[in-house]
Design a protein around this ligand. Structure first.
Ligand code: MG
Length: 164
């Protein structure tokens, strides 16, 4: 098949929705990360930044890979010991955080520091997915990092666009 950038973006947006993530959830994290630095910041500016991030091929590749592994783990289809490591969100696994570094680095070092911050504080949808996964048996081992990285990169993009 011919994998166009447009097709990749459409598929990634579908995947986020299928896995319980709304663009508005990511936008809210970006807004909360940047509002203390930019008093005039609007949700529309944050939403545009999220869309910019979600238009990049590096981001598509990370989303496709991470979500596929989450879904296969949920279905018990990975080989052991990877099945157990991903399905249990083993804290020493770490490949979920490594996979999304390509997203964090899109707009420079602010993306990386923001990612570390949301990874620790788990704001909004990131914390909800974590809790929900435990209740419903869904696996979001990669998804929480994908959202954190997209939000962190978008926040970085907002910061750079606002720099004088
Ligand atoms: Mg994770």
């Amino acid at each position: 098949m011919i994998v166009t950038k447009e097709y990749m973006k459409t598929r990634c947006l579908e995947l986020l929705k299928e896995r319980g993530v709304e663009i508005a959830d990511i936008t809210q994290i970006v807004y909360d990360l940047q509002k203390k630095y930019i008093p005039t910041l609007t949700m529309a500016v944050c939403e545009e930044a999220v869309d910019r991030v979600l238009s990049k091929r590096e981001v598509h590749n990370a989303i496709l890979t991470g979500v596929e592994l989450d879904v296969l783990a949920e279905q018990g289809k990975l080989s052991e010991p990877l099945q157990t490591l991903v399905a249990s969100d083993n804290p020493l696994f770490g490949i979920d955080e490594i996979l999304v570094l390509s997203i964090c680095n899109l707009y420079g070092s602010i993306g990386l520091t923001n990612f570390g911050y949301v990874d620790k504080t788990k704001p909004g949808i990131i914390g909800r997915l974590d809790k929900l996964g435990k209740e419903t048996g869904h696996c979001h081992t990669f998804m929480d990092d994908i959202i954190g990285a997209v939000a962190a990169a978008a926040a970085s993009s907002v910061a750079h666009n606002n720099a004088v």
